[in-house]
Design a protein around this ligand. Structure first.
Ligand SMILES: [Zn+2]
Length: 499
């Protein structure tokens, strides 16, 4: 039997040290620990993604799968928090997986054996505490930020037309007149009916230069026309930031719905007046092409397949008259593939998994099953005790302690007892086999039905079907490889039936 190590940065270390340094240090410490205790490390699971939820941690999923398969006697990690963090449900899955497979958790300070009840309590307590602490810290941080914002302060980078300033010890903005005149021009041109692309060209030809790129584009003009900061407002909660494993940007930005925005009067001066801003807003709404994002799902894999390298969800792209493609949204990351090829490969793999289900017993037996199992074990123990007693009777007879009559009497009693136990054992064994078959059949039938209706379903329905079977898929493809040459790592729900 061997051991594995799981390496992952904790929140407290995130700011202070580069990821690679932390992981290297932890690897060294755990290797020393293993050496000192004579443990053989067979594999290391190194998490470069700092996701909160279980699925955003591909290495943890791999580890759980291997732990479940009983590959390791124990898993080494720096402390319990590395395994935990995330929803209580995730923690439940993690703890149960370790418990059911009898795998120990080893940290330099303590070895946790979850099959031992006292340790399980301790583990649950510790993960719970670390989660609470994290919540409190996070809340405190946000409260400070929130106070500044509700009082009209401005924290992020200054938008075009403004520079950062401080007023009564609060961060705010100050107008940069050379840029502000271009901002006003954008609004005036727009309400006269000039389109965003033409406005961008005009500004570029006048020598206006945006902050982060060389030239104004249609989208940057649009963003300015819609930003309430120009009428003296501060908007909080407009964007959602998510941490990703992307080493270049480290985070992903997406928009939040407008009703989630928190809009307050800023301390700063407006650049355009309210009437002009609102007129531009009205016109933009009237001109806007109905969004293609009408809520209909066109990608059967929406939210389901992630890039193995950066853990971001692959997106579907369908250029006109061309086949749909699946791509990692991180520029220059994993190579994309034809959606159809991925679909074929995935369905092929699912059929294989379906065939394998008969061999695999569900890792979480139901109460009935557990009860029957316990009863059967009890009966078997009783049977072997009975056999021992029979042996003892022969000994006593040989030693002349028992007369032939006494021996006969006692032996008859024992034989009757044994016969009863044997029939009980047979009943229980049959019952157990039935219960196991039932569980396997129901999950197999469900799996089968899903695969059968899949081909005839629409993309949205296919997405639902896949999500009912799969927890997620990790995708990998090398640049320059042939179109079919990609790998899919499938996490299906029969491994994690409670999720
Ligand atoms: Zn990627």
């Amino acid at each position: 039997m061997s051991y594995a190590m799981y390496l992952r940065k904790s929140r407290a270390e995130e700011a202070s040290q580069p990821l690679e340094d932390t992981l290297r240090l932890h690897r060294k410490l755990l290797t020393e620990f293993a050496h000192k205790n004579g443990l053989t490390i067979q594999a290391a699971y190194e998490e470069v993604v700092s996701g909160e939820s279980l699925f955003a941690r591909p290495q943890m999923l791999r580890l759980l799968q291997d732990v479940q398969a009983g590959l390791y006697q124990g898993v080494l990690c720096m402390d319990l928090d590395r395994l935990g963090r995330g929803g209580m449900q995730d923690q439940g899955v993690i703890l149960d997986t370790f418990k059911n497979s009898g795998t120990k958790i080893l940290t330099p300070e303590h070895t946790y054996d979850l099959s031992d009840e006292t340790d399980e309590e301790l583990t649950e307590l510790k993960t719970f505490i670390s989660r609470r602490e994290y919540k409190i810290i996070n809340k405190r941080l946000r409260r400070g930020l929130h106070d500044t914002i509700t009082s009209g302060g401005y924290i992020p980078n200054a938008p075009y037309g403004y520079r950062k300033a401080v007023q009564n010890r609060r961060p705010t903005l100050e107008i940069v007149e050379e840029e502000a005149k271009f901002v006003r021009m954008m609004f005036q041109l727009y309400v006269q009916g000039v389109g965003c692309s033409a406005i961008a060209q005009t500004l570029n030809s006048l020598g206006a230069v945006p902050r982060r790129t060389g030239q104004f584009q249609r989208t940057s003009v649009r963003l300015i026309l819609r930003n309430p900061v120009y009428v003296g407002k501060v908007v909080w909660n407009r964007l959602r930031y998510e941490k990703t494993g992307d080493l270049q940007s480290g985070r992903r930005v997406s928009g939040r719905p407008q009703e989630d925005w928190l809009v307050v009067d800023g301390l700063h001066e407006p650049i355009v007046d309210r009437a002009l801003f609102e007129e531009a807003g009205r016109m933009m709404q009237a001109h806007s092409i109905p969004s293609r994002r009408d809520g209909s799902v066109k990608n059967p894999f929406a939210g389901l397949i992630r890039c193995q390298k950066c853990a971001r969800v692959l997106v579907r792209q369908a250029p006109a008259n061309k086949e749909a493609y699946l791509l990692c949204p991180t520029p220059g990351c994993t190579a994309g593939a034809h959606l159809e090829l991925v679909q074929q490969a995935l369905l092929g793999r699912l059929r294989g998994i379906l065939q394998g289900i008969t061999l695999r017993e569900s890792p979480r037996p139901g109460t009935d099953l557990l009860q029957s199992q316990a009863l059967l074990e009890g009966v078997r123990r009783e049977c072997s005790r009975c056999a021992q007693q029979q042996n003892r009777l022969y000994e006593l007879l040989e030693q002349g302690v028992y007369s032939a009559d006494t021996f006969q009497q006692r032996m008859q009693v024992l034989n009757a007892k044994q016969a009863a136990l044997q029939s009980q054992e047979a009943d229980l064994s049959r019952r157990l086999t039935e219960l196991r078959a039932l569980r396997i059949q129901s999950s197999k039938r469900q799996f089968q039905e899903i695969l059968q209706v899949y081909a005839g379903a629409g993309a949205a329905e296919q997405n639902q079907l896949l999500k009912s079977l799969l927890y997620g898929v990790c995708y990998q493809k090398a640049r320059g490889s042939t179109p079919e040459d990609f790998s899919l790592e499938i996490y299906h729900r029969s491994f994690y039936p409670e999720l």
